[in-house]
Design a binder for this molecule. Structure first.
Ligand code: PEP
Length: 375
């Protein structure tokens, strides 16, 4: 049985049991307080459920306010309300009962209002699907791929921003193929220095001159195979901003770190060591990609819940330094993202799109991933 069907069956069963309880409590078969106790329990469960659901959709500052109203109002408002509910000659227990009922009623009322206000609030952050082609495609193949993306782009909501990041060698040709479309161009890396005697390096200014808007920085393959450190990345960030580009800064833990439960500490350090050095102005122009190393190119994907959990955490770490601006930062998920799993992952509140490797090499799959956005 699907989980949706089991949930519906359970809901019907609970409702029938509840009605039976109400009937039996109104006769002599069951004492009347049982019905009230169950009603109270269900109300409290609904209150908790609404609170948790809404809490997850809010930004850190909004959460503080919600908790304030959720506790302050029932605490103070329940006093006059309970006086009104309780009979004049109420016993001590009747007063306690009236006070608890008033707290629950007010709490539930506020939770319902919060829930409906925030339920359908559109997420105003940019929705991004970026393709990291890595060291794949020859120039002609890259141009074909880019043309395929441009050709099919119209079938996907214009609210989705597509970015392709080909190898350096065909940036110029791909830029030409993208002309006239809203598909944007990015590079996969850039030098830490502005110019000079650095044989084999490509400066951020050169990338910008070819029409790039984005640069992927700190990809795990570069950290792992080319010894890229936070120190180097700080210098690269400087170059990227100096040339008017937007960094797509990658963070993520490896399998050992995940298994040891260190993933939160790892991404926090990667953010603190680099992103915390940005100015407020620079921070507004930043994309983060969370890419668990164990999911990159392995076919293993983080579950939507795992992605949401760490994306929300990343946003909290960003907010600790940059405050409300963190609510606007696009945080992408990367790691074996494909058409079949994109929609579920992108449906999560703090997931604003994907950095796509393997599946970006087929225009059809890349575009299908973009269709995964329903929000
Ligand atoms: C990547 O390397 O950025 C990536 C997400 O790769 P893949 O989608 O192939 O796992």
């Amino acid at each position: 049985m699907s989980s949706e069907r089991s949930l519906r069956t359970a809901g019907i069963a609970v409702s029938i049991a509840f009605l039976a309880l109400a009937v039996l409590s109104s006769t002599d078969v069951l004492p009347p307080w049982i019905f009230r106790a169950v009603l109270f329990l269900l109300g409290a469960l609904l209150w908790g459920w609404l609170l948790i659901r809404t809490y997850r959709t809010l930004q850190p500052r909004q959460r503080g306010w919600m908790l304030f109203w959720q506790y302050a109002l029932p605490l103070f408002g329940s006093l006059p309300l309970s006086e009104w509910i309780a009979p004049q000659d109420a016993t001590r227990w009747e007063r306690i009962d009236a006070r608890l009922t008033a707290v629950l009623a007010i709490g539930l009322f506020i939770a319902i209002i919060y829930y409906f206000i925030h339920k359908n609030k559109p997420n105003m952050r940019k929705k991004i699907v970026a393709g990291n082609w890595k060291m794949n495609t020859l120039p002609a193949e890259g141009v074909e791929l880019a043309k395929g993306v441009v050709a099919g782009r119209g079938e996907v909501c214009s609210c989705v921003n597509f970015i392709v990041c080909p190898p350096f060698t065909h940036l110029a040709q791909v830029a030409e193929a993208l002309k006239g479309s809203d598909v944007e161009l990015g590079a996969q890396n850039c030098a830490a220095e502005a110019k000079g005697a650095y044989t084999g390096e490509i400066a951020a200014s050169m990338i910008a001159a070819l029409g790039c808007k984005y640069v992927i920085l700190g990809h795990s393959e570069r950290r792992q195979y080319y010894g890229e450190t936070s120190e180097t990345l700080n210098k690269k960030m400087e170059q990227v901003y100096a040339n008017g580009l937007t960094p797509i800064y990658c963070v993520g833990e490896n399998l050992d770190e995940r298994e040891a439960g260190k993933h939160f500490d790892v991404v926090k350090a990667q953010i603190e060591e680099v992103v915390y050095n940005l100015s407020e102005e620079q921070f507004k122009n930043l994309v983060i990609a969370y890419e668990p190393v164990w999911a990159i190119g392995t076919g293993k994907t983080a579950t939507a819940e795992q992605a949401q959990e760490i994306h929300a955490y990343i946003r909290e770490v960003l907010a600790a330094k940059f405050g409300a601006a963190a609510a606007e930062t696009a945080i992408l998920y990367g790691g074996s993202c494909k058409p079949s799993n994109a929609a579920e992952i992108f449906a999560k509140e703090d997931v604003d799109g994907g950095l796509i490797g393997g599946a970006a090499l087929k225009a059809e799959d890349f575009l299908a991933i973009g269709k995964g956005f329903a929000k």
